[in-house]
Each structure stands twice: as structure tokens, then as C-alpha cells.
Design a protein around this ligand. Structure first.
Ligand code: AMP
Ligand code: MG
Length: 404
């Protein structure tokens, strides 16, 4: 059986080797809709930032040298408002009233905040505290210069990036098109969420969790409904799914008599590169491709599906999007209780993680196995317990996946 890392290597090297001409093509979209999309252009400053020396406080623009001895009384010779500025030069012994974000008038070299002043008359102010050169202001170009590269291609557009793009005038940005990911849930036992399960039936939850994971990864889910455990139905659904960039089939990939998904993959000429991974849950994870379509069979148990998606599908989607970082997001914590290692497979176990004293602490939570969504919902993380004969002791460190 393949270790998780080897499985991931196979997925990524397949994607690289297939050398799609240009991953997902880039498309221009309105800045308004660009949050969390993957940027596909370098972005440069269209001007110095800030564009002019500007006040960071409401107060008075002064010569800091005038304030060696305080209190000191200065003449007030004008007012600089945000968006306007003042047509004055501040000489020694003078000041100019100024608002946050307003241009600093020539001559001044510091801004004293209004809380440290006392207005004596329209033409004079008493300054109560000393200040230093350049205090309370930001010089032109202090953040970045005209032509500086401020964002690089491959970056997921975050909140600060969005503001930055707006501030440099990018009303439209180039981002990766979203890969289209077909989702088929299989099983004769499945009913829709709004139906009452009869004897032996359960509601289809995987379609919901998989689609949420697809969206979180930056792709577009295409829901193809429930495929029943017979060749005709699976053929029909899988044929449609093979037209998308990625096809995800949940269930029907274990050893059961009615697990027919791999048979249908073979009929359609899907080149399967692995169908078992040494992890628990998630062992019967299948990966392959046909033409330009990447194909996954995800084990049907709800938690297995989630884990297999996180480990293998998410990195592939990020690769197709040309994201700068594709690896699964894992963090490190200190175990609070011992954890047993399985000699056969790395285990992912629901856990509660907390941050205290500058680091993460983690303990497993009770659960009843890979179908137990009730147990999982009480956890906030999955600990990754490596393959091995012994026990990880309390105090040892362990990797974990944070569950959003
Ligand atoms: P399978 O991989 O098809 O053998 O399914 C393994 C287990 O996961 C079975 O108990 C299924 O009932 C359950 N399961 C499969 N598909 C889903 C689904 N879409 N939603 C919830 N549970 C599922
Ligand atoms: Mg099944």
C-alpha cells in the first residue's frame, strides 16, 4: 500500500507530466468578485504610495525643532483637509491645522495630534508635548515606489490584496478560471437530504461536504446527482463526469460486491495510478486520468471522503489553478494524551486543538469511526498519527489538519 506522501507525489507528478498547455486559462474578472481567486498577473504600483507626504493624525503640522521646550505657542496659518491640502508653507514658529490623510504642507516635518494641543484662538495653538522628526506622518513612497511589484502571479487574493488592487487602480484582474469538478455520489442506500430514509437508507451527505471542499479550494462543483450501484447508471453518470476537468465519485470503490466504480473507470479507459493508500480512514482512494480529466474515486464513508479530498484532490485543484502553494495545510501540536500508532496505516483521528502559551496542544476526541459525523462535529482538527508499531507519548509533537 502506498504511503500518503507517495500518493500525493503521484497525483502531482501526473498533473505536471501531462503538461496542460497553460493549466487553467487565465480570465479577467471584476475586482469586486476576485476575493480568494488565484492571481495570474504581476501587479505593480501605478504611483508612489503614499502619493504625497501625508498626515497620520488629526492635529497640527509643525517644525519639530520648535517643540524642544513645551508648552509652546505656535501661530496657526491655515488648514489642510483630506483631499484638498493647504496653499501655505509652514515657517519656524508656525503650524497648520491638518486632518488624517491630508497632504503635509511644505516646511512642516512632524504632526502633533490634536489631543496634545490646546487651541487658544483661531490664529494660535498651544502644543503640550514634544515630538520627533517625521512623527505623525508618512513620507511619499514610504510604503512602495512607482513601478514596484506589489503582488506576484500565483497568489490567492486575500482581503489586504483586494484593497491593494483597488488602491492601484485595478478594476479588473486576471485570475485562473475555476476548474470544473463533477461530483457523483454513489449508493443504492442514498436518499436526498429532503427525503425520509426508509429501512436501510441514509441521506446523501457527501455531495454537500465535497462541494463545499471544492468551492473552498477555488473550483466549481458540477453536481451530477446520485449514481445507483448498477453498471448502466454508473456508466451514464461517469460518462458525463469525464467531460469536466476533474471527476470525483464518492463510494463504490471498496471491496463490496456492488462496488462497481473501478469497473466502469476501466471500461472508459481511465488510467488508474493507485487505488489504495495506507491511511485510515481513506484506504480505498482511487486516482487516475483519462485525457485531460483527472479522476478520483473517494471512499464513501463521510470522513474518509473528506480526508481523501483534503490530501489528494485539493492539492491537484490548487496546482491546476497555478497557485503558489499546493501542499495540504498541516500544523504541529504537542500531544496532551498518548496516541496509538497502527503498524499498517497512518491514521487521521478527530481531535480538539487549542492554542496556549505560544503553541498548539492537541488531544483525540471520542468517535465511532469513519462514518461518525456526530463525533467529528465535536472536534476541530484531525491528528495525523504516523504509521508505526508503538505509541506516540504525551508531550511528543504531532501534525494535524485544522478543520474550518
Ligand atoms: P462505499 O464506499 O460505497 O462502500 O460506502 C461506504 C460507507 O459510506 C457506506 O456505509 C455508505 O452508506 C456510506 N456512504 C456512501 N456514500 C455516502 C454519501 N454520499 N453520503 C453519506 N454516506 C455515504
Ligand atoms: Mg456504496
Amino acid at each position: 500500500m502506498l504511503p500518503i506522501e507517495r500518493g500525493l507525489e503521484i497525483v502531482m507528478s501526473t498533473a505536471k507530466a501531462k503538461q496542460r498547455t497553460d493549466w487553467m486559462p487565465a480570465e479577467p474578472i471584476a475586482l469586486f468578485d476576485s476575493i480568494h481567486r488565484i492571481l495570474r498577473e504581476d501587479v505593480f504600483c501605478d504611483a508612489d504610495s503614499p502619493r504625497f507626504d501625508k498626515a497620520l493624525r488629526d492635529g497640527f503640522a509643525v517644525h519639530f525643532e520648535d517643540l524642544r521646550d513645551v508648552p509652546a505657542v505656535l501661530a496657526v496659518i491655515g488648514e489642510s483637509r483630506a483631499g484638498l491640502g493647504a496653499d501655505v508653507t509652514v515657517e519656524r514658529g508656525q503650524s497648520c491645522e491638518i486632518m488624517t490623510g491630508a497632504p503635509l504642507p511644505p516646511g512642516a516635518n512632524a504632526v502633533v495630534m490634536v489631543e496634545n494641543t490646546e487651541r487658544l484662538s483661531p490664529g494660535s495653538v498651544r502644543i503640550l508635548k514634544t515630538t520627533r522628526e517625521n512623527e505623525g506622518l508618512l513620507r511619499r513612497g514610504a510604503e512602495a515606489r512607482l513601478g514596484d511589484k506589489i503582488l506576484a502571479t500565483g497568489r490567492p487574493i486575500g482581503l489586504a490584496d483586494l484593497g491593494l488592487l483597488a488602491s492601484v487602480g485595478k478594476s479588473s484582474v486576471l485570475v485562473s478560471k475555476k476548474p470544473r469538478v463533477a461530483v457523483i455520489a454513489t449508493g443504492d442506500e442514498l436518499v436526498e437530504v429532503n427525503q425520509e430514509p426508509q429501512r436501510g437508507q441514509i441521506r446523501n451527505s457527501n455531495t454537500y461536504t465535497i462541494c463545499a471542499q471544492i468551492k473552498e479550494a477555488g473550483a466549481e462543483p458540477i453536481v451530477l446527482g446520485i449514481g445507483r450501484d448498477n453498471l448502466d447508471d454508473l456508466r451514464c453518470k461517469i460518462r458525463c463526469g469525464l467531460e469536466q476537468d476533474v471527476l470525483l465519485v464518492s463510494g463504490g470503490v471498496s471491496m463490496g460486491k456492488y462496488d462497481l466504480v473501478e469497473t466502469v473507470f476501466a471500461e472508459f479507459g481511465v488510467e488508474v495510478l493507485f487505488d489504495k493508500i495506507a491511511m485510515k480512514p481513506g484506504k480505498p482512494t482511487v486516482f487516475g486520468y483519462r485525457g485531460d480529466t483527472y479522476v478520483f474515486g473517494l471512499p464513501g464513508n463521510p470522513i474518509s471522503t473528506m480526508v481523501a479530498f483534503h490530501m489528494f484532490v485539493r492539492p491537484l485543484i490548487l496546482f491546476l489553478l497555478k497557485a503558489e502553494n499546493t501542499s495540504p495545510k498541516t500544523l504541529e501540536a504537542t500531544l496532551e494524551v498518548p496516541a496509538k500508532c497502527d503498524p499498517q496505516r497512518a491514521a487521521l483521528v478527530p481531535a480538539l486543538v487549542r492554542f496556549e502559551g505560544g503553541k498548539y496542544w492537541i488531544r483525540t476526541t471520542p468517535w465511532k469511526g469513519s462514518s461518525d459525523l456526530v463525533g467529528l462535529a465535536r472536534a476541530n482538527a484531525l491528528i495525523m498519527i504516523p504509521r508505526g508499531d508503538g505509541t506516540l507519548q504525551a508531550g511528543q509533537s504531532a501534525q494535524f489538519l485544522l478543520m474550518e
